[in-house]
Structures are given as structure tokens and as C-alpha cells.
Design a protein around this ligand. Sequence first.
Ligand code: BG6
Length: 517
Amino acid sequence: MQSISAKPETRIDADALADLPRIGAPAVIVIFGASGDLTHRKLVPALYNLSAQSLLDERSQIIGVARRDKSDKQFRAEMEEGIRKYSHVAFDERIWRSLAPRIRYIRGSFDDADTYARLGACLSDLRTGDAAVRNRVYYLATPPRSFGTIVGHLSHANLTGDDPDAGFVRIIVEKPFGHDLETAQALNEEIATAFREDQIFRIDHYLGKETVQNVLVFRLANGIFEPLWNRRYVDHVQITAAESIGVEGRAGYFDRAGMARDMLQSHLLQLLTLIAMEPPVAFEARAVHDEKVKVLRSLRLPDAETLRSVSVRAQYGTGAIAGEQVVGYCDEEGVAADSQTETYVAIRLELDNWRWAGVPFYLRTGKRLPKRATEVAIQFKQPPFALFERSGVPRLDANVLAIRIQPDEGISLKFASKVPGHDFHVDPVQMDFLYSRAFGIEPPEAYERLLMDAVAGDSTLFARIDEVELGWRLTDALRAAWQEPGGSDLARYEAGSWGPREADLLLEREGRRWRRL
Ligand code: BG6
């Protein structure tokens, strides 16, 4: 296929980012679970990057709380290492020197009241000190089993109330939000004893990805796509989140979760809502959440037998990725030899609403696939009749609009073109937009955006509780259908392949094919 490049008309200046009116007030960001991977790989590098771009008020403070014994100095050294390794902004000694003294560490157990007494004392000092930082953002970067304990203690220690004098208090909760609908509701009730809904920010880091945010801009800031965005013109939609990695030392969590809970319930359904939702009345949290919830409510929930027939669950065996031999899932460290956990899931969904009735949405996600690629593809219907057939042109590929979420972030449109020459040949060509080429800058990390928004109090890019619950409704029903006696078999696929044959059949029986990415 040939490729036609779209030329950018506007370039944005990196300095222009600093003019964003979104910088929140100075805040103390308290990270529970500060010894974990997320803190030094994502959170602190993101806060550093925000500082480097002047997007975090320079009086803001960071407090890490965790069980391990270490001094402020050691904690800072670890964070510096994380920034040097994982930040996408080059390390700048000057910025680090301004941020480092504002990073502290509190050692303590999450279930020990004394931890919170010391945290309270530290927060009071910061409130009365020269910088006078009153606002607080708690980040729960811990295993979910600690969420309730932490919230209970924060509340008990009077650290959750926000009043004009104390400044604002917000809480960011990492995913997974619950293990199923029941646990999600219980967790929400626990958090709600101490925080109002507008103080709770539930992370789905896909929503912070630049390309995911751009889905709504692409649809609604352009006049030409939205009229086509419906059952009249769209044949079907494919959403793929492929990963080449396996469980990467997270077997303890993943083996209990599986791909449906880990990826489908959250990231894939969030992508689906942004693609399928009606235009909101305003680009602000409530209006956007309301429209997303409508999509999730219109998700058809078939009976168990139908659910089994429209879904595939599978697990990878040994294979090779990029020429390197890798073990099968059951041979991964920490995974039981007879584990039945799915590392791949594919499902055909339908939305019972005016816009999308009858349009299938095929979703697939898997680990140990040949490469990392997340994409949403809108496949349009064929023209009403094949005008060029008599000129010897066979039926052509349909138009496809592909939104590449990662990597090679961009958007492409496939259409048919006459091949130059006296013969009548028609070939598919592709019009391509690439972020890197158009803007010349790398998209920021999802966590930067999300931390910035939480500090600014904007929850548009976070998941509201009803979205989370509706996600679980589908995932619970699916898992229950799989687990019924005589339920669906766990299919197998070779690591490094594009998933099991059963997933291909899911589309082939309807005369369609998964896209080759
Ligand atoms: C996480 C899942 O939420 O998302 C992981 O728990 C998965 O299993 C990850 O690997 C994928 O995120 P990304 O940003 O690398 O696509």
C-alpha cells in the first residue's frame, strides 16, 4: 500500500505549554506506596517533568509514605535515579535541585495510627511554614487491599476535611478499582465515608494518554467526521490493545485478575466510550461522564450462552517474541502450573442505542502478542455498488480510519486511488498523520496530565464511579459465563502470535477480519 503524508499546518511551541491555565494551586502530594514501582517509574518522574515545564507550582511538596526504613536523603536518591532512568525530559540538575528539598519520606505501616500522626505533624509544619502549603492530594499507589485502611486512618486522624482554611483535599486512587462489582462498591463506600465524589479521582491512565484525549478533539473539533460516525456509514469498529510483554513480575496480582479484569474492564471500555459517546454539552467533567455512562448503559448484556459465543479467552504458551524465546504463561515465575487465567480476551459487543444499533464493536487485548500496539479502527461500509467492477476492478478494501493510540501515535485513513497509467488499476492508499512529524514534540506521559488535572481539580479524565460499576457489570457477567459448568474452554496461543484461531473465527464467521497491525 502506498502512503501519502499529511503536512502539518500548525506547529506548537513547547514553551506554549507553560501558558496553559491549568496549573493548580501549590499542594502537598502524599504518595502512599512510595517504595513501589509506580512511584519511581511514573509518579515522581511525572512530577519532575511537570516542574521542568513550570506546570507544577514551585511551592508544591511531595511526601512518600511506605513501610521500608529509609531517610529523606535515601528516598530522594532513589527518586533521582527513577527520574534519570524513566523521565522523557532530559535530566536537568537545576530543576532537580529545586525539587529535591521538597521531597520527604515518612516510614510507617499503613495500619498504624502513628504513621498518620507523623504525617499530620508534617502537613501542619508545611501549612505554617514559609511556603504555607495547605492543599493536599493523597495518591494511593498501594495494593488495593490497603485502600480502605489508609482512608480510615486518614479520616480518623482528621486529615481528610477540606475547608477554606485547610485548603482542598483530594484523593487519587490507582486501578484496579475493586475486583468485581461488589468489591468496587464496597471500596467506594469505604472511600465515601471520608471523601465526597468530587474529591475522588479514579485513575485509568489510558485517559491521560495524549492520543486518547485527541479522540474527542478529532471527532468534535472537525466538521467532516461526525456526520459519518454512526450506523449508517460505519460497518464495524475494532479496538486492539496488544502487548508484547508478559506478566513482568506482577504474577501475584495478574494471576488473580486476568486480562478481562486488567484491561477490558478499564482501558478498553474507556476507549469504547470515547469512540461511541454522543457529543457532550460542554467539555467539562460532568457532561463528559454523563455521556460516557450512557454508552456503558447501552452495552447489550446478553445471556451467558450468548456471551460465551461472542467472546474468546486464551492463554499463551511458549513462543518467540522478536526472535527471542519466551516461556509460556504457566511457566512464568509466581504462576501456578495449572493456572486457568486468561492472558488474551476478545469480545464482540453491541450498543443498543440510536447511533450504533447493529454495529459490532470487536475488542481484543492480549499479552505476549508480536508487538505493542493499541489502536481503534473504524471500518466504513462499502459504496452501495461496485461501479468499477466492469472495468475489471475487483471489490476493494473498505475505507478504514485508524487511530493509533501507541506507539507511532497518529491517525490514518485508507481509501482507494487510481494507480497512474493507462490501465484501470485501483489500489488502497493511506493518508497519514503522525504526531511526532506534525508537532515535533513527544506526547507527554499520561501520568503528567492526570497529576496536573487532579491538582487543578479537573476530573474529566478520571473514571466516575458509575463508569467503573458499569465496566464491572459487563466483566462480571462475562467471567460468570466462562465459569459456568461446561463454560468456555481456555484457548491457547503461541507467544509471539496474534492470538488464538478462535478469535479469528469470531470475525470470520461474520465475513470480517482482524486488522493486521
Ligand atoms: C495496566 C495493566 O493498567 O496497563 C497492565 O495493569 C498493562 O497489565 C498496562 O500492561 C498497559 O499500559 P500501557 O500504558 O503500557 O499500554
